[in-house]
Every structure is written in structure tokens, then in C-alpha cells.
Design a protein around this ligand. Sequence first.
Ligand code: SF4
Length: 421
Amino acid sequence: MTVDVVTFGCRLNAFESEAIRRRAEAAGLADTVVVNSCAVTGEAVRQTRQAIRKLKRERPDARVVVTGCAAQTETATFVAMPEVDRVLGNAEKLSDDAWTETRAVFARGAVDASTKAAVDDIMAVRSGAAPVIDGIEGRARGFVQVQNGCDHRCTFCIIPFGRGNSRSVAMADVIAQVRRLALNGHAEVVLTGVDLTSYGADLAGAPRLGTLVRRVLAEVPELPRLRLSSIDSVEADDDLLAALAEEKRLMPHLHLSLQAGDDMILKRMKRRHLRRDAIDFCAAVRRLRPDIVFGADIIAGFPTETEAMFKSSLDLVEACGLTYLHVFPFSPRPGTPAARMPPVAGHVVKERAMRLRTLGDALLTRHLDGEIGHERAVLAETGTIGRTEQFTPVRLTGGASPGTLIDVLIAGHDGRRLLAA
Ligand code: SF4
């Protein structure tokens, strides 16, 4: 009789799910499933609803609580679902009182639309405090929240309406959390947030992300590997670049929020960079850290995107020398300005996403080819799968124990993963 958490979306959700389970159990909830949802695309919300129906069929007596960004931005959708017993906002999901109240609501018997939801205005949240966790169950890599929310308003993005405005976790709390995960056996920790490069803007002295990275590495010598989740390259600070150049324990892998390769489209997205900035950033970091690899998010078929503008995105992928491509077919998010712009035809969006993915596959293969014959340090995620410092997946042979760092010789690849000798 426990509380299970089903997590969708980003690493920040994965971090929070650990804290959610603790709080729900501490409140005395049992036979309850919490769905920590994502709203980044329409597909993510559809999958959340589908998962709720499936788990209710499989566990008809279990109580279902929905939280996360889809619950925050589309509360009415989930209140209307008969399978759902409770809807909690993104702030409420980490509040002990909200879980105690949820227990009380369930104890009172059947729930109705008037008692289902506890979702407050996320824009009113000011505190950057993050829950403290001991580890991420079943995961070799630990995630640490350093920031939440976002002050930008990219025209396609619903995240600020799910997560609120940007707020940072105090540096001392981040360092203590990283140390806790390292001492609890996590050989790698990923610093995560919503808009990571805005870290510190709301803290005294306005420390930047690079300052935080330096302090974490200096004050947690026990940690072998530190990784960053997605960053906005145009907001990367000099200290971060210096840390990339000098700190071997900072992993040579950056995931960039690039979104498009055409300047007019970037303007219509209200992004803060132009294609030249992205290309120059990758070249500059590559000079500082030659073994760096880049991943990036790219949207295919943003409203008004012409074939020529799309070709600029394809060209940018090559010009930046990207290795991992996360392709997002444009998904109009309710209430965002881009949802009101003249759309690109659905079949064209699909076709462009397919062309980007094909290019991405070719670039990944080029990277995998270059790894053969090299010895690589790998974090074993399971007995048979691990990842290199560059975040490249590796199929292991020897039955390594999850969470350990091992050196392997790369003997080949299968187009998706490296193969250890
Ligand atoms: S920076 Fe833009 S894309 Fe990223 S979370 Fe903020 S609004 Fe969304």
C-alpha cells in the first residue's frame, strides 16, 4: 500500500517526483498514483491523459492525483476526467499541507469537481527553495534543481505558465544537495532547471551559473562527474566557459536551446540570439574544450516558416556541428502567441521534422564512427547500458553494477549506441 509516481517530461520533474512521493507517503496516502505531467507539447498532454485512463483500468481502486505543468496549465481538462481524484498545481505538489489536505479530501469519500483541484497562481510564487532529496530511485545519475520558472516569453512556449517566473535555489543549498547525492553514491549529478542560464539573477550578488559550477566542483571533491541540462547559449557567462575549459569533472556535453536557424523565425519566436551567435558560441566552446559535443532542440514548422527558412535550420545544424538533435514538430500551445500565427501545413511540419531527424541520424553516426577504437569512461546506468562523458550511450558487455564508473574500449556501434569490446 504505497504511493507510486509516474513522471513525464524533464529532469526537473524527475527530481521533484522523488520529493512528491516522500510527501504523499508522509501524509499517510496509500494505494495512490501521482502523475507528474508535462505540457511542453500537445502530445505530452495527450500521453498524460492516456496514461491516466490506462492506470485507472489496471488499478480501479487506486486514487489518482495529477500534478505537473499540464495540471497547472490545463486544470479544467483533468478536473473533468472521471478517472482523476485530485489535481495539484506545481507549487502545491511540493507542499506538505497540500498532501495533508489531499488525504483529508480522500477520507471524506467521493470527490466532486468542487473539491478536486488545488492549483494556485504559479506566477505568485517567489521562493526559489527546492526540496531536499537523498537520491533518485533507480537512476544512476542524480538530478539537482538549481532554478525554476522562466522570465522569458518565447512565443511558442507554455512553460512559464506552468512553472512561473524565474527563481534560483541558494548556492549553499545546491552545494549541500550535490554533496548529499555524491555521498549517497551518485557518481554523476546533473544541474537542472527551466532556464538554467538565468541562475542567480534573483540572488544577492547575482552569482551566475558559471560561479555555481565552480563552487560545486570546489566544495564537492567527492563528485566525479558534473553535467548541465539544457542551456541558452546566448546567456552563458564567462565563468561557465572558463569552467568548461579548465574543469575535467565538468562533462564535455552541452544541450542548447537553439530552436531554429533562421533569424526572422528566431525573432518571431522572441528568442534572444541570432544564428550567427549560435555558430560563434559553438566554435568558441570547441576551441576551449575540443572534446565537447553539442545537442540541441530544434522546432520544425514554426508558423510562417518557408522552405528557405527551414533550410537555414538544416544548415545551422551542420554549421554548429551538432551531435544530438531533439526535433520538435511545431505544436501550438493554447494561449501562446505562436498558436495565433498563420500555421505551416501539418504534412509539411511532419516532413520537415523527418528531414531534420534524418540529418540528426547522419551526424550521430559520424560521431559514433569517430569513437571506435577509443577508451572511454562510462557511467553504467544498468548492467548493460551506460553513457560516456559526452553523453553517448554505450552497450556494455560485462554486467557492470549500475551507478559505477568503468573504462571501456569502444569496438563498434549500431547506429544508435556505441558497443563496448
Ligand atoms: S526560455 Fe523560452 S523556451 Fe525556454 S522555458 Fe523560457 S519561454 Fe520557454
